[in-house]
Design a protein around this ligand. Structure first.
Ligand code: ZN
Ligand code: ZN
Ligand code: ZN
Ligand code: ZN
Ligand code: ZN
Length: 341
């Protein structure tokens, strides 16, 4: 008289053991209790393919009698509902309760009930929900950006601190052959409104340039400033700096005007290469977001740049782009076109 124990896959992907009902009957043959080993006379419970004295069929954890109740099975042992949920279901990182229905696992490995998704603000930099248990809270910048406390730990606000990061990125770019030489590049810390007012194409930074001429001839190409959002966590700030400094390099190296996706694709590539050598979880998160960006300028441009980079060294690729104003790899109407250099 075995009971049926089903295994169901829950909505959320959790394996839930379906509750089963024990069968209580009068003993006819010689039966032995699976718990105490003594012979059973009178009533017995048949469950999990075994026989039990009704008073010995109890929750394996809290010893609550289960002869009259539904029970959950795990590794051949019976559990009451609350012990089963406490012991074997994943618990929500936010409310601490066992997760019984739809849940979310973010890229940082936090698992929480789906319902919390709209209860908290999302960090503009790392995408985590801003709450005490996940991030230790957070803050809102004056321009409306919500940032979690984890990102806040390394946030860059002052020009002096930003300049240190900018120098670090310049040195790393030089190693890649993107030498900005002795060019003076003043840093400005700006807000989201400043970027919008300046009609900046990039959402986190901007580069302003000027070309000086005399008698119709160019005498100097100058970077007036690189503007970067204040209050970005250090690794995010550096990624934006690497992007903007690529624009600066293309300008100083006298590149012709490039199609938008080529120019921004190269700038994103510079940012991507910086993050790649960092090798931190934050860098990996940002790289994934950039690679999967469905923007036809930034995302598409970066994917072409990465594909091209896998085929030719960076210096050759840059030389090709300066001459041809396009990537050696392009995708037209879903078809990948590859040009030999
Ligand atoms: Zn017994
Ligand atoms: Zn129990
Ligand atoms: Zn929860
Ligand atoms: Zn964050
Ligand atoms: Zn850009």
């Amino acid at each position: 008289m075995a009971t049926v124990s089903l295994v169901l896959v829950g909505l959320c992907g959790i394996i839930l053991s379906a509750p089963a009902a024990p069968q209580v009957e009068a003993a006819r043959d010689v039966l032995y209790c699976a718990s105490c080993g003594e012979q059973i006379t009178g009533e017995y419970v048949s469950a999990l393919g075994k026989y039990w004295h009704p008073e010995h069929f109890v929750c394996a954890n809290c010893r609550t009698p289960l002869a009259e109740a539904t029970f959950y099975e795990k590794d051949g042992r019976p559990y009451c509902q609350s012990c089963y949920e406490d012991l074997f279901l994943p618990h929500c990182c936010i409310c601490g309760r066992p997760i019984r229905s739809a849940y979310i696992e973010n890229v940082w490995g936090d698992v929480y009930c789906k319902k919390h998704e709209h209860e908290f603000q999302t960090c503009f930099s790392c995408g985590r929900l801003i709450c005490g248990s996940l991030t230790g809270g957070g803050l809102t910048h004056d321009d409306g950006r919500h940032m979690c406390s984890l990102c806040g730990r390394t946030a860059v606000y002052r020009v002096e601190d930003g300049e240190v990061v900018l120098d670090e990125v310049r040195r790393a770019m030089k190693v890649l052959g993107l030498d900005l030489r002795s060019a003076s590049i003043p840093l400005r810390m700006v807000s989201l409104e400043d970027l919008r007012e300046g009609r900046a194409r990039d959402l986190s930074g901007h580069i302003s340039t000027s070309v000086w001429t005399r008698g119709g001839k160019v005498t100097e190409r100058k970077i007036e400033a690189v503007s970067i959002l204040y209050g970005l966590p250090r690794e995010h700030f550096a990624a934006v700096a690497a992007h903007e400094l690529m624009h600066a390099w293309l300008f100083l190296e006298n590149y012709p005007e490039l199609p938008l996706h080529v120019e921004e694709g190269l700038a994103e590539l510079s940012s991507y290469l910086w993050l790649q050598q960092l090798g931190t979880p934050e860098a990996a998160y940002r790289m994934r977001a950039m690679e999967s960006n469905d923007d036809p300028v930034y995302g598409y441009g970066l994917r072409l740049a990465l594909k091209s980079c896998r085929q030719v060294p960076l210096d050759k690729l840059l030389g090709y782009i300066k001459r041809q104003r396009r990537f050696p790899v392009e995708v037209q109407q879903g078809v990948e076109i590859e040009r030999r250099l």
